[in-house]
Design a protein around this ligand. Structure first.
Ligand code: CAA
Length: 469
């Protein structure tokens, strides 16, 4: 007789973050680049942009986040079976960033202490962390883990050309997540994860370039379109599997209590929510009243207008659509959803900036901390995740906050975990950006963390790190 054992929930048990100790203030940036500071504060949604020091890179940020995760959960290397690093700031065309991270952790836990582990570096712009989480969750679900946990760490330096419009959407940091059975924080919903993939040229970084080629407005629209497609697929699966049951005048967003979206900059989250809601609400009875408040018809792209280029080049349509979106975002209906489901996730982005792979997860972490601080009971709430990676792929999935979440969330304190930071001058920032400072010329000295000490001493391009006590 076949005995069916109910599957235990699997998901995120705890999260640790690392943010570099330098930042640029938006007012300094605006003055240097002759931009209206209101554009940065409200048009982009940035106040402080995290910048890596001369003795830092994505690998040491990842190792610092992993160490914090292990220390705060009293984990031993023998508890861990897999360590995955997701990044789009790769340091090597062959050697995975994981091996550098393991090397650093073994400076603390002993040579060879992680040898039993597996893991790879994952790349697909900002979405690869979500694929890494999904794969590791399934590694546990299919019982390949021998009672061990997985760590997924997402780490990036978001760096754009000086003087480009991407420059004010920079940032840096790492987020490490502990994945296990019966997690305290969030268990992923099964059989609803949805992905879309396409060959797009919105944003890419050819070999040997430290900054990407960016088609900015194209990338914004690609994000909106592909995330919407992934959400539609998610909705279909959620209905088919019986996870949700849509009643009249309801949309999928009614069944998602909190939303975490990829945040290249915080305003993108606001705009993406408006895009999703318009598509979800357009065919519902309540749309009529909303249109009356907006005071204009929703512009429709002309028939046959298929490509993103064609949509963007129709200036008249784009202008009307922008006007419609702005008015929609002023309605009580939009504001209510924004305030209750998304606003708390933007707080971290406003003071750190873009973390590429980490942006979605820093947003999720920000959201649960600030929603908890409001005194809200989070147990049982469904979190919807909307992940986007340029190039491109989007992923929509969800999870439910677990009963023991307070054990984790009550200890969260974003400002404390970011730690003391130094506001750097634009001159210092440009030196760092152009790579004009050696590791010895770091701006601040670090304690209790891993730093980069040299490149190329043991062999061309090989990196050496140390732990500063
Ligand atoms: N006061 C207030 N707001 C102002 C303003 C002012 N004085 N001046 C302009 N703004 C507003 C604009 O109205 C606009 O608002 P909406 O979002 O509501 O339309 C906003 O500021 C941005 O202004 P622009 O439309 O002039 O856009 P820009 O030329 O500054 O470029 C950008 C913005 C395209 C995002 C650019 O920063 C960029 O290329 N960034 C990098 C690419 C990127 O982040 N793409 C996002 C999707 S791809 C992705 O998500 C992957 C990833 O991580 C990179």
């Amino acid at each position: 007789m076949l005995l069916l054992i109910p599957m235990k929930p699997v998901g995120i048990d705890d999260i640790a973050i690392y943010v570099p100790p330098l930042y640029i203030d938006f007012k300094d940036f605006a003055e240097a680049r002759k931009i209206d500071p209101s554009k940065l504060e409200f048009g982009i949604g940035i106040k402080k942009m995290a910048i890596v020091d001369a003795d830092q890179d994505p690998a040491c940020m990842a190792a610092n986040a992993c160490l914090r995760l292990m220390q705060k959960n009293d984990l031993k290397p023998s508890d861990i079976g897999r360590l995955y690093v997701a990044t789009e700031s790769g340091l090597d065309e062959s050697k995975a960033m994981n091996s550098y991270v393991i090397g650093m952790l073994e400076q603390i836990y002993g040579q060879g202490s992680f040898e039993h582990c597996g893991g790879i570096e994952c790349k697909f712009a900002c979405v690869s962390g979500s694929y890494a989480l999904y794969d590791n969750t399934n590694w546990i679900r299919c019982d390949e883990h021998n009672g061990k946990y997985a760590i997924v760490v997402v780490s990036d330096v978001a760096k754009y050309d000086i003087g480009s419009s991407g420059e004010y959407t920079q940032g840096a940091g790492a987020v490490a997540m502990l994945i296990k059975e019966e997690p305290r924080l969030l268990a992923f919903d099964q059989k609803v994860t949805s992905t879309v993939i396409s060959n797009e040229h919105d944003f890419y970084r050819p070999f040997a370039r430290s900054t990407p080629i960016v088609n900015g407005h194209y990338s914004n629209l690609a994000y909106l379109i592909y995330v919407k497609k992934a959400m539609l697929m998610y909705k279909q699966k959620a209905i088919e599997t019986g996870l949700i049951k849509l009643r009249q005048d309801e949309s999928i967003i009614d069944h998602i209590d909190l939303l975490a979206m990829h945040l290249p900059y915080s305003k993108m989250g606001k705009n993406a929510l408006a895009f999703l809601l318009r598509h979800e609400w357009r065919n519902l009875p309540k749309w009529k009243q909303i249109l009356a408040k907006i005071g204009m018809e929703e512009p429709k792209p002309p028939e046959g207008m298929g490509t993103i280029e064609a949509i963007l080049s129709d200036k008249e349509f784009m202008k009307k659509d922008e006007e419609f979106r702005r008015r929609f975002m002023e309605t009580e209906e939009y504001k209510q959803v924004f305030e209750s489901k998304l606003a708390s996730s933007l707080k971290a982005s406003e003071i750190i900036g873009n973390l590429y792979t980490g942006s979605l997860y820093m947003g999720f972490r920000s959201e649960i901390e600030y929603e908890y601080r409001k005194g809200k009971d989070l147990a049982g709430l469904r979190v919807g995740f909307a992940s986007y990676g340029s190039g491109c792929s989007a992923m929509a999935f969800s999870g439910v906050i677990q009963d023991r979440y307070k054990e984790v969330v009550s200890r969260m304190d974003l400002e404390r975990e970011i730690g003391e930071r130094r506001r750097i001058s634009m001159e210092e920032y440009e030196q760092l950006h152009r790579g004009l400072r050696s590791v010895e010329e770091r701006i601040v000295s670090k304690s209790k963390e891993f730093v980069l000490v040299s490149i190329g001493k043991r062999g061309e391009g090989f990196r050496e790190y140390t732990f500063h006590n």
